[in-house]
Design a protein around this ligand. Structure first.
Ligand SMILES: [Zn+2]
Ligand SMILES: [Zn+2]
Length: 128
């Protein structure tokens, strides 16, 4: 939001998903989160570094220490991948969501009328 940090991505996303989990909800304050995933190596940061917060044993959520914008999510179980909130992209319309994850934690009053697959748990393949 403040422009302190920016990034450029040099590939197409390999993941685009809504996340209905409790952790994303409390972290962002939003009823549902939407992520796009890329290989970390295809992303170049400019400007000042973000601040990371470890929200669980393996997950680090990064945000801007100046304006508080939630920017990304990384999971050690998903090494080499970074998940960016679609709202921080310059043109979020370019990244349509492909599925709903953690559907069992979805808010009861939230109704998204699409035909996308719904899974409980993560849609991304991860090592346990
Ligand atoms: Zn989540
Ligand atoms: Zn900022």
């Amino acid at each position: 939001m403040c422009g302190r940090s920016r990034f450029t991505i040099f590939s197409d996303p390999n993941f685009a998903s809504y996340c209905h989990c409790d952790d994303c909800r409390i972290s962002t304050g939003a009823a549902v989160s939407a992520f796009v995933g890329f290989p970390t190596a295809d992303l170049v940061w400019q400007g000042e570094p973000l601040t990371g917060y470890k929200s669980s044993k393996t997950v680090t959520r990064s945000f801007c220490p100046e304006c508080g914008t939630s920017v990304s999510y990384e999971d050690e179980k998903l090494a080499g991948q970074i998940y960016l909130y679609v709202g921080v992209m310059d043109d979020p319309d370019r990244f349509p969501m492909q599925e709903h994850t953690y559907i069992s934690e979805k808010l009861k009053w939230l109704h998204i009328n699409d035909d996308l697959p719904r899974t409980d748990g993560t849609g991304a393949p991860r090592e346990e």
